[in-house]
Design a protein around this ligand. Structure first.
Ligand code: CDP
Ligand code: MG
Length: 864
């Protein structure tokens, strides 16, 4: 699912159409009228501060007044013209009851933590409280960060609608798009967007408040932002430009923020919002968990729909493919056609379900209840208390099935918030997107597969893989909670309570399980030299920080540290290498450092348009459809075979011949992008040729975004990317291969030579500098048959074997020229080949070659 997050893409949605209809409110005059009143109120407020009990009482009165003056914001009231309907709905939200407490805490503290169950109204209401209290006056704006793009977009639309303000006032900004204008007062954005803004203006002077939403998710950027803001806020206050920080979390586990001395010397106050959560009965599966949890989810959903009273169903699965497959099955089982709901009722034929599997115990809360965490081990009783009178539900009611995951187009996503067509039951099949960031109305039943898909990265080997693992208890309870928003509900867990007992209590912070070189580079660009001293809510390991600094040094982004004897990781991490001019250029590109290096070098030999295309393609996770999946029927199998053959044919075509073939998989990507653009990037072309249209559209966006970034960094180059680029010349292909090597230098692999091959498992295998195990070129790779002696790879994915992805061939003599930092120059060794990768990760070579250092210019292409 992380994959989804990374690549999440939103089509520009309805914001263009609606803004004209909505009238811009003339706030200016109203604010003017309120100003005097506001000022008097402020004085009153300040006096109260002096007189009333205050946490900052220790300070001497005079200073205290000064301090209060700085910290307190004027108590004003900016009216908002909400419809009666909206107002009524708002009043039901638990967070409304805490408005006074929250606003008082905000006025009196630079930083406040707000905890409240998902759905309690934090995201939609707190920005409105701040707006009404005048935090969006004087050209200052209220910023809210979300870890997910889906949430940033949909929440901005929602708040604009609630406040009856146009979307250029309540706006959003995500990686590729936004509708922020000079009139913007409330800005929803992804955390990555704010991080970039901090690089441009460290004090974030446009903002009066920053709200970090969904802090419990512990996404890397959220963590970094909290660390940065813990410094920015006091700085702003010292400079007399008061700023507030609000951290909002759906769980009460906030000690990492509040009890972290490095982060906040005075722990910020925590405001708890008591959610009006209805009881949710948790039912565990009796049986040991099955492999086929999608099938199990199907069964359970059918049973709920057939036997239980009305109420929406929300099913949690782990990934997009699963979501679609379950949606298909459910739609087939309970067909729904828009035009003929009424007719459908009579004609629909239902699959037969084995009712004997279940006992029909009346559902009695508090008796058969098994609340999360207090379940009895034996899961007693039936595995599914689908009690109630089955006759209560008309089984012929169609099921209105909707998928929900972050890659889904926003129009599709928006559907889940609208009431289902009359006479149908809503069933949303979702990934963990629906866990906390979005609240779907009307859900009464939750089906939880208990799993989550996560990207795992092995720092030592550099191997990454997606693994479906058990989720945490905290997440499972969040999922269950989705059933009790509007009335008492039920959560069906497709696993036993014993298994639940073995879940980890909380999900670990993302920062502890991914490489951090991109973050280290961003921080260095912010002139934070000693990253090891940065106030991370959860610090990454010293080992990870050292690995990141080493990679950045080898890429030339950081200055080389002074050489000294043996050091521990922590000692080395403390060395802190300053950023180089190349590093600054690289930090300006919104891609990982290895790719940023390629972009920085790409201007040579007119290679930039190709490098931009290749980097865009490498950043988007998968261009090609996966036809290697097992088929469910003979019919499907023959279709898959056909499409697989077609894709293989296209891959060969795109890989080209002769010189271009050596660029390998990157040439295939380039060819695919080029061909697709010539065909207008249509879904039809993609479908026919085995390309993922979503990925290709994303690449197009990325290409134009990276082009802008490159032009901003080196305006003298003035690249213009013609979507329809001509294929690179042979000369350019040679350059491209060298640029790729310069960026992916630490991902060099050498084919195991016949004489070294002691074990048959090394047949056609490659040895990398990072690990002892053999790695392979995938049969789908353009270089599968060529098997060049040296290759670089984009990454290693572990599936049935360790496979290199994104392989490109390297000429041996380029290595000492382009990667001297990895080479060991010494006297000739008694080695059959002049080059080899030793298990310690060094590449040795003879002194006889002439060496060049890669900086901004590439050495001449001709071999010496
Ligand atoms: O942030 P938190 O989870 O505390 O709640 P919220 O996202 O502010 O949602 C408050 C209420 O607004 C929920 O009951 C949602 O169902 C509702 N909402 C909605 O109906 N449509 C949206 N697009 C967003 C929120
Ligand atoms: Mg929220």
């Amino acid at each position: 699912e992380e994959e989804d997050e990374e690549q999440s893409k939103e089509e520009s949605s309805e914001e263009d159409t609606s803004s004209e209809e909505e009238e811009e409110e003339d706030n200016a005059t109203e604010t003017g009228g309120l100003k005097e009143a506001a000022e008097t109120k402020q004085e009153v407020k300040l006096e109260q501060n002096v007189a009333g009990p205050d946490e900052q009482k220790e300070a001497i009165p005079a200073r205290k007044t000064a301090q209060s003056k700085q910290l307190s914001e004027p108590a004003v009231f900016i009216p908002v013209d909400r419809s009666a309907e909206v107002q009524e709905a708002r009043l039901k939200l638990p967070v409304l009851g805490e408005e006074q407490v929250i606003m008082e805490a905000v006025r009196e503290n630079p930083c406040v933590v707000i905890c409240g169950e998902t759905g309690s109204g934090k995201t939609t209401q707190v920005p409105q409280f701040l707006y009404e209290a005048g935090y969006a006056r004087d050209n200052r704006i209220i910023g809210i960060t979300e870890p997910r793009r889906v949430a940033a977009v949909s929440m901005s639309h929602r708040v604009a609608k609630e406040m009856n303000l146009p979307r250029q006032v309540v706006s959003y900004q995500i990686r590729y798009e936004g509708n922020v204008t000079s009139d913007t007062k409330i800005k929803f954005m992804t955390d990555g967007v704010l991080l970039k803004e901090i690089q441009k203006d460290f004090l974030l002077q446009r903002y009066s408040v920053i709200i970090i939403d969904e802090a419990h998710e512990r996404s890397v950027y959220t963590d970094i932002l909290i660390g940065l803001l813990s410094r920015i806020v006091p700085l702003r206050n010292k400079k007399g430009m008061p700023m507030k920080l609000l951290i909002m979390s759906a769980t009460l586990r906030v000690e990492d923020f509040t009890e972290n001395q490095k982060l906040f010397r005075t722990p910020p106050p925590v405001v708890k919002v008591d959610a009006r959560q209805f009881p949710v009965t948790v039912h565990f599966n009796k049986r040991t968990p099955l492999e086929d949890y999608t099938g199990e989810a199907f069964q359970k959903t059918c049973k709920i729909h057939r036997m239980l009273p009305p109420g929406g169903i929300l099913v949690f699965l782990t990934g997009q493919a699963e979501v679609h497959s379950l949606c298909r099955r459910l739609r087939k089982a309970f067909p729904f056609r828009k035009s003929s709901t009424a007719k459908q009722k009579k004609t629909v034929s239902l699959p037969r379900i084995d009712l004997d599997n279940y006992s029909a115990l009346p559902m009695d809360e508090g008796d058969e209840d098994r609340e999360a965490g207090i379940g009895d081990e034996e899961d007693g009783g039936s595995d599914l208390e689908l009690g109630d009178d089955p006759a209560e539900t008309d089984p012929s009611i169609p099921l209105y099935v909707l998928p929900l995951y972050s890659l889904l187009a926003p129009e599709q996503q928006a559907k889940v918030f609208r009431p289902p067509p009359p006479g149908t039951r809503l069933c949303v099949v979702a990934t963990n997107v629906a866990e906390t960031s979005l609240t779907i109305p009307g859900i009464k039943y939750v089906v939880d597969c208990g799993r989550v898909k996560k990207r795992y990265y092995d720092r030592v080997t550099g191997v990454s893989s997606f693994k479906v693992t058990w989720t945490s208890q905290a997440s499972a309870n969040q999922r269950a909670g989705r059933a009790g928003r509007t009335e008492a509900g039920h959560c069906y867990r497709l696993y036993s309570s014993a298994v639940f007992g073995d879940f980890s209590q909380f999900s670990e912070a993302e920062i502890t399980r991914r490489p951090v070189e991109d973050l280290v580079l961003q921080m260095k660009d912010l002139n934070i030299e000693k990253v090891v001293n940065f106030p991370f809510p959860t610090p990454p390991s010293a080992e990870a920080l050292v690995a990141a600094e080493e990679l950045l040094v080898s890429l030339g982004a950081l200055e080389e540290p002074p050489r000294s004897g043996r050091m521990t990781d922590l000692q080395r991490a403390k060395l802190s290498c300053p950023i180089t001019p190349l590093g600054r250029a690289m930090a300006a590109f919104p891609v990982a450092p290895r790719y940023a290096k390629m972009l920085a070098l790409g201007k040579q030999q007119d290679c930039l348009p190709y490098i931009i295309a290749v980097v865009s393609a490498m950043t988007v996770r998968e261009l090609f459809e996966d036809f290697d999946r097992p088929a469910r029927s003979d019919d499907e199998s023959s279709k898959l075979n056909q499409r697989r053959a077609r894709l293989a044919q296209m891959r060969r075509l795109w890989a080209g011949q002769g010189a271009s073939l050596l660029l390998g998989d990157l040439m295939v990507m380039l060819g695919a992008v080029g061909a697709c653009e010539f065909a207008g990037c249509t879904p039809k072309f993609c479908e026919e040729n085995g390309l993922r249209n979503k990925a290709m559209v994303e690449i197009r966006r990325l290409r134009s975004q990276l082009t802008n970034a490159v032009n901003a960094v080196c305006p003298e180059v003035g690249v213009f990317v013609d979507p329809k680029m001509a294929p690179p010349t042979e000369h350019q292909v040679l350059c491209l291969r060298q640029i790729v090597l310069a960026g992916l230098g630490d991902h060099l692999a050498r084919r195991v030579q016949a004489e070294d091959m002691l074990d048959p498992k090394w047949k056609n295998a490659y040895k990398t500098t990072l690990m002892d195990d053999p790695v392979f070129i995938h049969p789908n790779s353009a270089l599968f048959k060529t098997l060049p002696e040296f290759v670089v790879y984009q990454e290693i994915m572990e599936t049935s074997k360790m496979y290199m992805r994104g392989v490109s061939a390297v000429e041996a003599e380029w290595i000492p020229q382009l990667l001297p930092q990895y080479c060991h120059f010494g006297p000739a060794l008694d080695s059959p080949a002049p080059w080899f990768c030793s298990s310690t990760g060094t590449i040795r070579c003879h002194r006889s070659s002439t060496f060049f250092r890669v900086a901004w210019q590439l050495p001449a292409v001709e071999k010496e």
